[in-house]
Design a protein around this ligand. Structure first.
Ligand code: PNS
Length: 160
């Protein structure tokens, strides 16, 4: 049985990520979202915060589980019996990065396939890194992020 894993940084989870999770779930009936412990040099959210946010956004969906991993994604996939890595593909810029990553992962673990899904058109230009840039400049991200994430960001602002 197909057991897909959707790995990513999710710093923060965007509406595009949620859209992809729903598409993956609809296709496979189950999906595990795996948060990479290392989310780059300047993570906006800690690992625990990212896990909590995903839980708040997606917790009610049947067949969906949320976990974290460190090290190689293919090692985590192997250790937990995942045969598919699910990734989102928004545009050609994504394609170049994702293509290299998929082929490298296939070299490392030939039995695991990478599968790409395209998000809904309205989310094709949404990315976590753009969100961080807008937030750092005090801009409005409410059109791009789930209400659960916006709430946490508001709480944070109120405390500072
Ligand atoms: O959401 P992101 O930041 O695009 O996700 C990238 C991620 C976390 C899936 C990727 O960087 C990853 O798999 N990191 C774990 C380390 C690893 O396996 N690297 C080799 C990839 S070829």
């Amino acid at each position: 049985m197909v057991h897909p894993l959707f790995p990513g940084s999710f710093d923060p989870p965007t509406l595009g990520h949620l859209d992809l999770c729903r598409r993956g779930l609809r296709l496979f009936g189950r999906l595990t979202v795996a948060v990479a412990e290392n989310a780059g040099k300047h993570p906006l959210f800690t690992l625990q915060e990212r896990l909590d946010l995903l839980e708040r956004c997606l917790g009610g969906l049947e067949g969906l589980s949320i976990t974290s991993f460190r090290g190689l994604v293919v090692d985590h996939a192997r250790a937990h019996g995942h045969d598919i890595l699910l990734r989102g593909l928004r545009d050609t810029q994504d394609f170049e990065y994702e293509y290299r990553m998929a082929l490298t992962n296939r070299e490392l673990a030939p039995e695991i396939e990478t599968l790409f899904l395209m998000p809904s058109l309205e989310y094709t230009f949404t990315s976590s890194s753009l969100m961080k840039e807008i937030l750092a400049c005090g801009g409005d991200v409410s059109a791009f992020l789930p209400p659960e994430v916006l709430e946490v960001l508001r709480d944070r602002n109120d405390r500072t």
